[in-house]
Design a protein around this ligand. Structure first.
Ligand SMILES: [Zn+2]
Ligand SMILES: [Zn+2]
Length: 236
């Protein structure tokens, strides 16, 4: 992380976010933010070169074998962190425990490290199935996207991409069955006219969910579909 970046970042955070937490969620030390600067700096930053398509680290930053063999429907993906401790348990706890200040902070960090865009783009949070949203009370991807929109000025569109199938409990299904389920999981409300859309999510695992969303978005006329995710699962 470039020196001085954290100070600049904290100076830019909205006042309301700065008033909320007074303890770091990781070390419990006193902190104006959900994470203190030392704990934020110690997160598993993905600063190695990565596949431009799916954000998996590759030796020279070229396309990974998976994307060469079967290119995903999304055009690019940027991930800030590896999905590893101490970030992974924090993300898991943050999905259920509310913790808006955590998502606001991480959204601002993601905005500070976003890749350059060639033109205008729309920010779309990865939607949750409505039943899940009721269960959890909030969508962490929407919280990230809100912070990104604040920081970047990019238009935030909650209305465009909707989840019409619950694909949450699929771990017992085969890969094929999961893919089939996912294929019909998204609906795009309206038509896009070649716009670039950025789908924001907290974690990218296999990329299958982003792929399914990209499929629906491209069918509705999206030009480029780009993923901006907080953390990426690494293969071992
Ligand atoms: Zn700390
Ligand atoms: Zn790849």
């Amino acid at each position: 992380m470039p020196p001085g970046f954290l100070n600049k970042l904290f100076a830019r955070l909205p006042a309301a976010d700065r008033l909320l937490p007074c303890r770091c969620l990781l070390c419990a030390g006193s902190s104006k933010e959900a994470l203190c600067p030392a704990c934020l700096a110690a997160l598993p930053w993905l600063d190695r070169r990565c596949c431009p398509r799916c954000a998996l680290p590759t030796p020279a930053g070229g396309l990974c074998g998976g994307c060469l063999a079967r290119p995903p429907r999304f055009d690019a993906c940027h991930a800030l962190f590896a999905y590893q401790p101490p970030l992974s348990p924090l993300i898991l706890a943050g999905k259920y425990g509310g913790r808006w200040p955590l998502w606001a902070l991480l959204g601002h960090v993601l905005a500070g490290h976003r890749p350059a865009l060639a033109g205008p783009a729309l920010l779309l949070p990865m939607p949750l199935y409505p039943g899940r949203l009721r269960e959890r009370g909030f969508n962490q991807a929407a919280e990230l996207a809100r912070a990104l929109a604040q920081q970047t000025g990019l238009p935030l569109r909650h209305d465009l991409l909707a989840r019409v199938r619950d694909t949450g409990h699929q771990s017992r299904l085969s890969r094929k069955a999961r893919a089939r389920n996912l294929r019909q999981a998204f609906r795009v409300n309206g038509q896009l006219a070649g716009e670039t859309v950025i789908v924001v999510d907290d974690v990218l695992t296999s990329g299958a969910t982003l792929d399914a969303a990209a499929r629906a978005l491209k069918r509705a006329g999206a030009g480029l579909v780009i993923g901006w995710v907080l953390a990426r699962t690494l293969r071992h």
